[in-house]
Write a protein that binds this ligand. Sequence first.
Ligand code: MG
Length: 226
Amino acid sequence: IFVAVRCCPALVASVFHRPARHFMKIIAIGRNYVDHIAELKNERPTDPVVFLKPDTAVLKDNAPFYHPDFSDDVHHEVEILLRINKEGKYIAEKFAHKYYEEIGLGVDFTARDLQQKCKEKGLPWEIAKAFNGSAPISGFLPKTQFADLKNIDFSLRVNGGLRQQGNTGLMLFDFDVIVAYVSRFFTLKKGDIIFTGTPKGVAAVKPGDRLEGFIGTEKMFDFEVK
Ligand code: MG
């Protein structure tokens, strides 16, 4: 240890002061855009529809998405993300904006065939929504970069063609309503990510597809399906 301290104090510090591992959670909102509710023939919800994904669902840094073998119909759902910047629960709607400072873009991959079976039987969706790699996420932009959080354009291109296009002004439940609502059930912690729902245009992906996501004209992610 003496030798290590003398030659590399930083190494010693990293061994003896290793921070506890942070387990981020992903909270996702379903049925938040009227045009998407219509395309899946779902009912318009009176409260946000909420589900979770584990940290094993996350893909970062444009890592490829490996198409799972348990589904023949994995759909892309491009969604605006909020990154939680401090812990809170039972957050009042008027203070909700203090709990997120960054905006990102992600894909809520959904095994639609499995989800349909779960829905028909009244079962939970997790195997259809929360499987490995089902949550690719982009880097994040400071929310101060946006003039109006209720007017953010975002889109998804598949193999160069425009596939989904949305604007946050079309959400049934806005960011603050979502944060307030989900924090009644789940304590939000720094680093948690909220998927805020997808607009219409969801469709199946196949190996070889290239998915590019944009907020406005800024490219947020670019990855391949394998
Ligand atoms: Mg979704």
